[in-house]
Design a protein around this ligand. Sequence first.
Ligand SMILES: O=C(O)c1cccc(O)c1O
Length: 538
Amino acid sequence: MVVAQDWVNWPPELAERYRGAGHWQGLTFGEQLARWAVSYAGRTALVDGGRRWTYAELDVAVQRLCTGLARLGIRRGDRVILQLPNRAEFVLSWFALVRLGAVPVHAMPAHRRSEITHLARLADVAGYLVADQYGHFDYRELAAQVQQDTGLRHVIVAGDPGEHTGFVALAELMAADPEPGPADPPAADDLALLLLSGGTTGMPKLVPRTHDDYSYNARRAAEVCELTEESVYLAVLPIAFNYTMSCPGMLGVLQVGGKVVLAPAPGPQTAFELIEREGVTIAAINPPLVPHWLAEAERGEADLSSLRVLQVGSARLADDLAAVVTKKLDCRLQQVFGMAEGLLCLTRLDDPDDLVHTTQGVPISPDDELRVVDPQDQEVPLGQTGELLTRGPYTLRGYYRAAEHNQRAFTADGFYRTGDLVRLTPTGHVIVVGRAKDQINRGGQKIDATEVEGHLLALPGVVSAALVAEPDPVLGERSVAFLTCTGDAPDAKALTVFFRDRGVAAYKVPDRLLVVDAMPLTAVGKVDKKTLKHQYLG
Ligand SMILES: O=C(O)c1cccc(O)c1O
């Protein structure tokens, strides 16, 4: 019998194996931070502009906030949406929540009312932690709307809470005299955080990650990247992103006593200044940033000599661009293929160039199990293309509160169906060749076609809608919306306004609109996207 539950833990025999192998060490993130504060006490943990925290200071600041959150009424097990840009407040709030046993839900800065309200309802959240303003957007207005939609109890604002009654300033919570504690601490195999999946079925799904599994993810990635106390990591992409959090990201660097530097914006000038000033040794970017970084490096104004490793991930890096990176930036390139759901593949620092340029690496754990299968779930011969299925010590066993979807997204023996089409080299390196899931990867931002089609269908006069990917030289892929309409079709401007008014993140607005007389259909009556692409996009 299937018992309804919020999330699916690993079966006991596998959990035993992962503990026995030392992957799961039985320490919560709150406990780990306390240990780091002893081992790395006076070393710099975190840099945000002119502000710096040593490990000891970070631990104390987190304990204050943890106390403040508890006094506000946030409890172990409560879910709290965390939507902050790359500022120290993200790091402090994240650790304070997980130390308390409250569960941060990782929203992205680009998310708006449609996404946040969905998350608030899905996770039945107790609170929402936002910036006051960022990137010309007032998150307090958004929070007020979400509160109206959902009756959210607590809104906590990093910065000025403004005129909204009931909004609490994060600074006020941070001023609490730290009490030892928390009173009711979480266990290491508890749910620690909820990450957003790219989604393929209408609205973002939530990925449950435990203290044990997520620590292992970060620790093992840090080993593969050969991080040490001397490592300095530049967080370029949003810190809430799994890639920036733990691949090895912030968490991998803190485990070994290195320094995390937050870039307030992803552009190369900002990044290069920080690389020079802080002596950055490893940075993580996505393919659309690569040409900008190369162009800025060409100008030769910043001293990048400290940079040892440049990670490129979140979308497929073109083979020829990969070769240029190694040549123009005097550092190692590392390809990153990961997913919020778990599995992380990295090229190794001593891999030969041809593998680094043409593959997305090998899994980080010896206990990652990979199967490449045909549509009947039969394994294909080595080297042939199939869908990647995976299971392992840090790959989810089910999405949060999604029992029905989980039936389809996992095999009976617990393998996650990634929806990625891959082939394996004889060395075990993964090459991502395409995608079986209905998703667009727009420069690393994953767009769920079904979700966007739902919005398009709400446009007056639209009868049917299909969102597909087409190649884009910068983004890798951009989105094209095919519509059939009665009467006039909307124009690009109207579309942008319509999406904004519906509270949808701007990156989901289709890049191009094509109106057709009729949608081609498959034998079972679904829109035939292959034919659409073939007929209209060449
Ligand atoms: O999309 C990716 O490749 C990716 C890489 C690292 C971490 C992630 O979460 C990812 O989605």
